[in-house]
Write a protein that binds this ligand. Structure first.
Ligand code: SAM
Length: 219
């Protein structure tokens, strides 16, 4: 079998140290992504059982491929980990949450998560949820949008940014980026940092639209 391509996960030595895998133990990887941490865990100790959860079915398919050598030891579950108590009903020896975005998601322009790549203004973790960042900015009032940018982006130019976004109704990541930059004073430094905070705010707010109980065992 050829070695799968695995992005090097963060703090892999620490994760293995604290999970302390041993034969017969059961673990949950609540944010399996492309399977990086689980891959290293299973390499250290293949005789464990694992629940591998992700809300992003595209990432889960990558994990299924990358972890295929241990397929009979893993339950792959497409779900929001908020429903963990329903998904895993036995007692487990450790749970890993590696929160945030994966490079699989950030680097795919079609997912619309980053202004470093031009793509549709999507930003959905779970593409089966019919509500994109574009829907959010076109369906929210100016006040609501400003509040989202203030609350989840902690951005002091939230009001003026919300105003220009509502006027322009950007459809792509680069149109949104340009709108944010144009909203800022000309001599403002670090405009990209502001854009990063606004993108973050829209991503975080997107979670409010996610079903927390719907879930599906994939394998
Ligand atoms: C930083 S990545 C994980 C990378 C993974 N540890 C690896 O080594 O490949 C975070 C993952 O968490 C997933 N995620 C974020 N929020 C989630 C939630 N509420 N429920 C399930 N998965 C979630 C994302 O889809 C993403 O794949």
């Amino acid at each position: 079998m050829s070695t799968p391509f695995i992005h090097k996960p963060v703090m892999v030595a620490e994760v293995i140290h604290y999970l302390n895998p041993a034969p017969g133990k059961v673990f949950v990887d609540a944010t399996v992504g492309g399977g990086g941490h689980s891959y290293h865990l299973l390499q250290v100790e293949p005789n464990i059982r694992l629940y591998a959860i992700d809300c992003d079915s595209t990432s889960l398919q990558v994990a299924i491929r990358n972890l295929s050598a241990w397929r009979d030891r893993i339950n792959f579950i497409h779900a929001n980990f908020v429903s963990l108590h329903q998904l895993v009903t036995e007692s487990v020896d450790g749970i890993l949450f590696d929160l945030g975005l994966s490079s699989l998601q950030l680097e795919d322009p079609q997912r619309g998560f980053s202004f470093r790549h031009d793509g549709p203004l999507d930003m959905r973790f779970d593409t089966s949820v019919p509500f994109t960042a574009y829907n959010l900015i076109t369906q929210s009032s100016y006040w609501k949008l400003a509040q989202i940018i203030k609350q989840y982006g902690e951005e002091r130019y939230a009001n003026v940014i919300a105003k220009i976004i509502r006027q322009r109704r950007p459809e792509t990541t680069s149109e949104l980026y340009t709108a944010i930059i144009d909203a800022l004073p000309q001599n403002y430094r670090n405009k990209s940092k502001v854009a990063a905070r606004v993108f973050q705010a829209l991503r975080i707010n997107g979670w409010l639209y996610y079903p927390i109980t719907r879930w599906k065992i994939v394998l």
